[in-house]
Ligand binder design. Structure first.
Ligand SMILES: NC(=O)c1ccc[n+]([C@@H]2O[C@H](COP(=O)([O-])OP(=O)(O)OC[C@H]3O[C@@H](n4cnc5c(N)ncnc54)[C@H](OP(=O)(O)O)[C@@H]3O)[C@@H](O)[C@H]2O)c1
Length: 199
């Protein structure tokens, strides 16, 4: 069972993840390149949490969430020789860059699940759209890790949708581009995808 979650990255997405996970009662800590830096310390005092290095966070957490620029993923995850079989949610997007499953490719001994990347981060805490749960797509190669991520997604209040193996992150990526494009129209950012299914 997931209890301890480390959020990697102290940017906008990192803060929204911290907000959403703490609201649901998870024990949350922040992993930063500079745990004593201004950004990390602001979040530490605002959300009453500890800040760690990435290596410390991997040792501590049940699950880590990657919230760093897509262009930094390869270098960041490769710098760790052993991810200790931890579950890693890859919430990153890399527009016009490397593959959508780079984290899974380069995080040695991690169980990576791509998720939480197809919606504006401010909506992690507000997945309910007038009584309808937004769909949260996720994919990965480790079924046990996916089962835990599915529970986490449900706990946040989304409807989880298993998109299959990690390579299918490439199928999710165009949805991200669509979301971003639509959000810049008059629709604004209060939008989400919903998969309809007749049973
Ligand atoms: N904007 C959205 O609504 C949204 C939604 C879903 C997913 N995403 C994706 O989530 C990821 C994070 O987005 P963001 O807007 O939070 O990104 P950001 O502000 O550009 O960076 C987030 C944090 O990543 C860390 N970081 C690690 N390596 C870095 C490097 N080489 N250069 C800069 N920062 C680095 C920094 O934290 P430390 O200094 O503490 O290490 C930084 O504050 C992106 O991949 C984005 O595409 C965005």
């Amino acid at each position: 069972m997931i209890a301890k979650i480390a959020v990697i990255g102290s940017g906008f997405v990192g803060e929204e993840l911290i907000k959403a996970f703490t609201a649901k009662g998870y024990d949350v800590r922040l992993a930063s390149r500079d745990p004593q830096g201004e950004n990390a310390q602001r979040l530490a005092s605002q959300y009453d949490l500890m800040t760690l290095t990435l290596a410390e966070a991997i040792a501590w957490a049940d699950l880590l969430t990657l919230a760093i620029p897509g262009s930094a993923v390869r270098e960041t995850v490769s710098a760790i020789p052993d991810w200790q079989n931890k579950i890693v949610i890859d919430a990153t997007n890399h527009f016009g860059g490397g593959s959508a499953s780079e984290a899974a490719e380069f995080a040695h001994n991690a169980r990576v699940v791509k998720a939480l990347n197809t919606i504006g981060a401010e909506l992690y805490s507000r997945p309910d759209f007038d009584g309808i749960k937004a769909t949260m797509f996720y994919c990965g190669d480790h079924e046990d890790a996916k089962a835990q991520v599915q529970t986490l997604i449900e706990t946040l209040g989304f409807e989880p949708l298993d998109v299959g193996p990690i390579n299918n992150a490439e199928l999710i990526a165009p949805l991200v581009r669509l979301w971003v494009t639509l959000s810049r129209t008059s629709l604004g950012r209060e939008i989400a995808f919903k998969l309809l299914r007749r049973t």
